[in-house]
Design a protein around this ligand. Structure first.
Ligand SMILES: Cc1ncc(COP(=O)(O)OP(=O)(O)O)c(N)n1
Ligand SMILES: Cc1nc(C(=O)O)sc1CCOP(=O)(O)O
Ligand SMILES: [Mg+2]
Length: 207
């Protein structure tokens, strides 16, 4: 099993980290404390900012030997030589696999659906993301999913990511439910000290 396949998966947020310096400083705190993956998620639509910030995060992630994943944008992922996360309307997983090659980490949103998971697995996804499992401040309108989907998705033989409203109070139940990776925005970057939050949350994996 590769190191990125189990542990914490931190997603950035442009509201919580509005400028480059804050983004880099807070991501470095999370990386230094020990996360498995970092996703650059920026919905601003500002292409220049996205390119600049993603490049800065790539350099930082290389220092920590932690994979960087770009949300939504396979072309930006290709330019940087990193992975991508694609939702249901973000383009084809199969096409991203063709473009990014066999070793790229390609993630797929599956919500609460085994059909979506089966399709994504068939197209070459590297991990399957399910959620949201709890009320989410970041994405309150994301469709809810039941934790039981995690066990059912074991059949695909891919790492299962759990997302949506996960925090120190519910992470143990989510890992026990079958999640290999726990994806969080607020649970990490909503805290003043993301590194301390990561140390706390990591206890659910390392005891
Ligand atoms: C790890 C992970 N899981 C799910 C998502 C959600 O992707 P998507 O449905 O495309 O929604 P947006 O994040 O683009 O708003 C994700 N980004 N990462
Ligand atoms: C980006 C995202 N996708 C979701 C899904 O259910 O697919 S929930 C979500 C937001 C995750 O942020 P927080 O940890 O702050 O709830
Ligand atoms: Mg998306």
């Amino acid at each position: 099993m590769s190191q990125w396949q189990r542990g914490l998966y931190a997603l950035t947020d442009a509201h919580l980290m509005p400028d480059d310096a804050t983004l880099i400083y807070r991501c470095e705190g999370a990386l230094d404390a020990g996360i498995a993956l970092l996703q650059y998620r920026d919905k601003s639509g500002d292409e220049g900012r996205r390119e600049r910030q993603a490049r800065a995060l790539k350099a930082l992630c290389d220092q920590y030997e932690t994979p960087l994943i770009i949300n939504d944008d396979a072309a930006l992922a290709w330019r940087l030589g990193v992975g991508v996360h694609l939702g249901r309307s973000d383009g084809s997983i199969a096409r991203a696999r063709q473009v990014l090659g066999p070793d790229a980490i390609i993630g797929a949103t599956c919500q609460g659906s085994l059909e979506f998971a089966e399709q994504a697995a068939g197209e070459g996804a590297s991990y399957l993301a399910f959620g949201r499992f709890y009320p989410s401040q970041t994405k309150p309108d994301a469709p809810p999913a039941d934790l039981s989907i995690l066990e059912q998705a074991a059949r695909f033989g891919l790492p299962r990511v759990a997302i949506g409203g996960i925090d120190a109070d519910n992470i143990d139940a989510t890992v026990s439910g079958g999640a290999d990776l726990i994806a969080l925005v607020h649970g990490i970057f909503g805290h003043e000290d993301p590194g301390a939050a990561v140390h706390r949350l990591n206890q659910s994996f390392h005891g």
